[in-house]
Design a protein around this ligand. Structure first.
Ligand SMILES: NC(=O)c1ccc[n+]([C@@H]2O[C@H](COP(=O)([O-])OP(=O)(O)OC[C@H]3O[C@@H](n4cnc5c(N)ncnc54)[C@H](O)[C@@H]3O)[C@@H](O)[C@H]2O)c1
Length: 324
């Protein structure tokens, strides 16, 4: 199939592109290569890690901005993509202050541009869109199923929810996924998992919020879910949670890192009003309809992440003992 991936140079997008190419698809990337974490060295390192890790080249890369409807149409026409996977976004819930104003133009209006280009393209039949667990706001069920009321409590979640509603009006094929707390090698969007990993590796202290339970999901599992959403007939016009389906605390995540880096020190701080109270997502629907089976718990996912860091990320092999 011919597949256009917006945000294909990003964290999830780079793993997805590699996998799609390995499966024999033709992949076209639309990506401006921008990062909103305000940490240029970490971004450069992640981009270098991706270049070293990725073995395959996409069929074309369009350095376009999703804020330009004209450029989106150009990419759709040039690629003649049958499927669009729209990942490009300000991908963090709390970007630094100086980037906050970009969330509306990129996450909301940029996605509406993608939707509009998709609707008008004679080539494209399916749009796959990652929403987020933050579209739910505070979880109301344990585990949280897809049909739960969307009551987002931050701009990121509000815009993801709004985009879901807009996409659901399309008469063409669409699939909405709700990933959460994705982690792995080359993440550089200042998420708690990446901050803990960076601190453990570089010997800096870190902190976690007491009791903060998240459904940590290893990036390769998420990518397998995207592949199923792209290919499955039964996925059409459906919304799926896309995570491991198990709640673990950030404290647990840090604890696993400490088994590799015994000198790693982290403080457990009391919760503040800023956290969104989440937990496990209900994975029954994705398992039943998509046949989605997440493989890695955090023990396994962290081991895989560290192993990739040793191979492609400049982490000295002697600094960490990797268990088989
Ligand atoms: N990583 C997670 O935990 C997680 C969880 C839920 C949902 N998501 C969603 O999945 C998607 C991918 O997330 P990620 O972690 O890979 O993010 P990422 O920040 O690593 O990648 C986003 C990519 O989009 C590109 N981009 C941003 N704005 C652009 C624009 N205006 N025009 C063109 N390209 C642009 C960036 O250059 C980057 O390569 C996002 O939509 C994110 O909201 C991620």
């Amino acid at each position: 199939m011919r597949i256009l991936v917006t945000g294909g140079r990003g964290f999830i997008g780079s793993y997805l592109t590699e996998k799609l190419l390995a499966l024999g698809h033709r992949v076209y990337i639309l990506d401006r290569e921008i990062n909103f974490a305000d940490n240029p060295p970490s971004f450069r390192k992640a981009m270098l890690g991706r270049r070293k890790m990725l073995r395959r080249r996409p069929d074309a890369v369009y350095p376009f901005d999703i804020r330009s409807p004209r450029k989106l149409t150009e990419a759709m026409n040039k690629s003649r993509a049958e499927i669009v996977v729209h990942l490009a976004a300000v991908s963090m819930a709390r970007p630094p202050k100086r980037y906050e104003h970009l969330m509306g133009p990129i996450n909301l209006y940029g996605t509406l541009n993608v939707l509009n280009a998709f609707e008008n393209s004679p080539f494209t039949r399916r749009l796959v869109f990652p929403s987020s667990s933050l579209a739910y706001g505070h979880y109301t069920r344990d585990p949280q199923p897809e049909e739960s009321y969307l009551n987002p409590v931050n701009d990121y979640g509000i815009m993801k929810a709004a985009c879901e509603y807009a996409i659901r009006m399309s008469k063409k094929e669409w699939v909405i996924l709700r990933p959460t707390s994705v982690y792995g090698f080359t993440d550089c969007a200042n998420r708690v998992t990446q901050l803990l990993l960076d601190a453990a590796v570089s010997g800096r202290p870190a902190w976690v919020i007491r009791g903060e339970a998240l459904d940590f999901t290893y990036v390769e599992d998420v990518v397998n879910g995207f592949i199923k959403a792209i290919a499955s007939k039964a996925a059409v016009r459906q919304i799926f949670n896309l995570s491991r389906g198990v709640a673990r605390t950030a404290d647990d995540f840090a604890g696993v890192l400490k088994t590799y880096f015994p000198k790693f020190i982290y403080e457990v701080r009391p919760p503040t009003h800023q956290e969104v109270s989440r937990g496990a997502q209900d994975m029954t629907k994705a398992k039943k309809i998509l046949g989605f089976v997440p493989k890695s718990d955090i023990e396994d996912g962290i081991r895989k992440t560290l192993s990739l860091m040793v191979r492609f990320g400049g982490l000295p092999a002697g600094s960490v003992r990797l268990r088989k």
